[in-house]
Write a new protein. Structure first.
Length: 334
């Protein structure tokens, strides 16, 4: 297969990936909104019908039809409780697996077409970060049964891939000499993995604020929230989950900064030059370090810790988007 064919395959797999993620997003949202509630409603409806049937039997109104369950099934069908139920959770997970496979194919085929690591420009970098975020979500989903993160993470992935294809797309080609190094496989890969994991932690933090507000309203005697948030775990659980994911990502981000400094010395003759990208990478590191330190030594948790986590995630996003477009520097090629 020629390089042009591989590049074309990468573009087609990108379209497949986006479609899979969009449908998975809808399925995750449906699962949060009424997927599990549908099962509970069905069980409640069956119990109600069974009670009615038993009451009829006791007064002699149901006859043999009530005893063998014919009457029960008739009423259940009438209510629609026994109708076919869509398993939104399985559909969402199945589409996520297919989407991640296609997404990996995008990166592999583009890398083979260019004969290099496929994150040498903004289009490729954002594509790789989106892949890392979805992959990190799937690991967290299996490890912590956090399927509720599917909708926000898939939403972020769809937006990122949409922006990459509409505004940032670059044809397959060579990279600048500064990027033509084996360090791109180490330094940039670490930054991509850490950013993907931080994105999952950021999604958990955002859900924490929404859930804590709902719990506060319910505690004050107000109406408890329904809908999607009723299927999200407690704010305390979300707070712990965000911390655990951050604890995984932080050492990788630290390694990315250290390896970037070593690469900078080889490429530009100095370890640190206060380039805008270097500054904001360090600022992001400082805020995440403060978040983990405050939790470990001062017992911060809840809203105070969540605000710090959200501030760190905002710095991470600015480091990626703002610095690359608002400032000029040695990292402008990114």
């Amino acid at each position: 297969m020629s390089n042009a064919d591989l590049a074309n395959l990468s573009d087609k797999l990108m379209l497949t990936t986006v479609v899979m993620y969009i449908i998975a997003l809808v399925a995750y949202a449906a699962d949060m909104g009424f997927g599990r509630r549908g099962a509970a409603t069905t069980a409640a409806a069956k119990a109600s019908v069974r009670e009615k049937a038993e009451a009829k039997v006791l007064v002699g109104a149901g006859g043999a039809a009530d005893v063998d369950g014919t009457e029960v099934e008739a009423v259940a069908d009438e209510d629609g409780a026994d109708g076919p139920q869509v398993d939104w959770a399985r559909l969402a997970i199945f589409l996520s697996v297919l989407g991640v496979g296609a997404h990996l194919g995008v990166l592999v085929s583009r890398g083979l077409a260019a004969s290099r690591w496929p994150w040498g420009n903004m289009y490729e970098f954002l594509t790789a970060i989106s892949f890392a975020a979805v992959a990190a979500f799937m690991v967290v989903m299996v490890r912590y049964k956090a399927r509720f993160l599917g909708a926000p993470v898939m939403f972020a992935a769809v937006i990122a891939l949409g922006a990459a294809n509409i505004w940032l797309y670059d044809s397959v080609g060579p990279v600048t000499p500064a990027l033509n190094s084996y360090w791109i496989a180490i330094h940039v890969s670490a930054a991509i993995i850490a950013t993907g994991a931080f994105t999952v932690a950021g999604a958990a933090t955002i859900l924490y604020f929404l859930k804590s507000r709902e719990e506060a309203r319910a505690g004050a005697g107000g109406k408890a929230g329904g809908g999607a948030l009723s299927h999200v775990p407690s704010a305390e659980t979300l707070d712990r989950l965000a911390m655990r994911v951050t604890m995984f990502a932080f050492p990788i981000w630290t390694a990315a900064i250290i390896m970037g400094a070593i690469w900078a010395d080889q490429a530009w003759g100095r370890y640190w030059g206060w380039d805008p990208k270097e500054i904001w990478s360090f600022v992001t590191w400082i805020i995440y370090a403060a978040y983990l330190h405050a939790r470990a030594t001062s017992g911060w948790k809840g809203r105070k810790a969540a605000f710090l986590s959200l501030l760190a995630f905002a710095a991470l996003l600015f480091n990626f988007f703002g610095v690359n477009y608002m400032f000029s520097g040695l990292h402008s090629y990114a």
